[in-house]
Design a protein around this ligand. Structure first.
Ligand SMILES: [Fe+2]
Length: 412
């Protein structure tokens, strides 16, 4: 159970909120780069942490991420005409470059040069730095003096043919997604029908360790009969990345659209070689972490508005716990069912929720540290050179002490 105040502190992400300000100290994904490939092509709407923005690549190839509102009469720049050197508001012709500067004010021919310069300076719009990495356009929305270098996130450093990436909108708060990602017990139940047999064993051991990149969550399953404990180490990279220790590996990024909506980026990848047809089969048949979306849309076909196309007879048959197709849809369904922002004051947590409790504590600690001006985890790009991994160890072995070492050693 969490206090109402702490639940608010952890979940709200708008400007000025504790978590919103913490997240703004990191690079956050704005869009897949292929949606703004063409110089002078159509702008893309981006809503990130409660801010409405427009992403565009001007005619000369420069990327800009600026406030969606034209500061003149607040019309949307999404409808703007994308020109060689900027985006022109179609209402009265004001033009803004990728830095947010107003570079043309054609609706005011009577102004002299000094007046024009002055007004244009006042008409500048908010613009955020962007960078392209791993087929994604990332934004930095925090104070410029704190802008970190882009982290060495493994899946962003490999050739495009080594990964398969999708994204979809979850109609709930980002933390429900992140907590779900580190909830080892649900694998056995929610995904029971689809899961590999080795995962049907409930994890009974939990270790969560704070690191210089975020934290590492270890969950141990005891197969019994005196066999070694099966440990699974999952890394959480600040502020909202998870890497799954499967083959192909899988990355999740829970980027908040606002307090009640999340853009979940899902990436299957193999660092050392291109994905094969075999690797891709599970993903593209929508049985894995990806959801099948309506063509050209970030909305899944199976949503809360159609009860995720639940098949009750499949559920009754025992072949699937949920009767819903694919891990991604199952996660989305159950996380959304907790409400737009889960009321954590109403929970009754069990011993199997130990990892969740520790994760919340670490996130609250990060908020305190940020407020106190202390150094945040993940500011060193090389700290992200880690990999989630699995191993076996004798019962009683002191695994916690070796977890950080192990996820570092597993990285390339
Ligand atoms: Fe799941």
């Amino acid at each position: 159970m969490l206090s109402r105040e702490d639940n608010e502190r952890l979940t709200r992400v708008g400007p000025g909120t504790p978590m919103g300000e913490l997240m703004r100290r990191y690079w956050v994904p704005a869009a897949y780069a292929n949606t703004v490939e063409q110089p002078g092509g159509a702008p893309v709407r981006v809503r990130l942490m409660c801010e409405n923005l427009v992403l565009f690549r001007d005619g000369s190839g420069r990327l800009g991420l600026i406030d969606e509102r034209c500061p003149h009469r607040t019309a949307s720049l999404y409808f703007g005409r994308n020109e060689k050197d900027g985006l022109r508001c179609v209402y009265h012709g004001l033009k803004f470059d990728a830095n947010g500067h107003c570079i043309d004010l054609p609706c005011l021919p009577q102004a002299n040069n000094a007046e024009r310069t002055n007004i244009q300076r006042e008409l500048a719009v908010k613009a955020y730095p962007v960078i392209e990495r791993g087929g994604v356009v990332w934004a930095y929305m925090g104070p410029l003096e704190h802008k970190p270098e882009f982290p060495d996130l493994e899946w962003t450093r490999i050739p495009p043919a080594h990964r398969f990436a999708t994204r979809h909108i979850q109609e709930c708060n980002w933390l429900q997604g992140l907590e779900g990602g580190f909830d080892a017990t649900h694998l056995t139940f929610l995904h029971g029908g689809d899961a590999e047999p080795s995962r049907r064993l409930v994890a009974t051991m939990y270790e969560v360790i704070a690191t210089d990149f975020g934290f590492v969550v270890g969950t141990g399953r005891d197969p019994g009969a005196g066999k070694d404990i099966m440990w699974n180490l999952n890394v959480m990279l600040m502020p909202f990345h998870k890497i799954i220790s499967s083959i192909p590996a899988a990355a999740h990024v829970w980027a908040p659209i606002d307090d009640e909506n999340t853009m979940l980026y899902s990436v299957d990848f193999i660092a050392d070689r291109p994905l094969t047809e075999q690797d891709l089969k599970r993903s593209t048949e929508w049985r894995g972490i990806h959801t099948e979306n309506a063509p050209g849309s970030d909305h899944a076909i199976r949503t809360k508005h159609n009860d995720y196309l639940i098949d009750r007879s499949l559920q009754a048959s025992g072949a699937s716990m949920t009767g819903m197709k694919g891990l991604g849809t199952q996660d989305c369904a159950i996380q959304e069912s907790m409400g737009p922002i889960a009321d954590r004051t109403r929970e009754y947590l069990l011993a199997t929720d130990t990892a969740i409790v520790k994760i919340r504590r670490l996130l609250l600690q990060a908020l305190d540290n940020h407020a106190a001006g202390k150094l945040l985890p993940g500011m060193q790009p090389s700290s992200y050179r880690v990999r989630s991994t699995r191993f076996e160890a004798p019962k009683g072995a002191k695994v916690a002490d070796t977890m950080v070492e192990r996820v570092r050693a597993a990285a390339r």
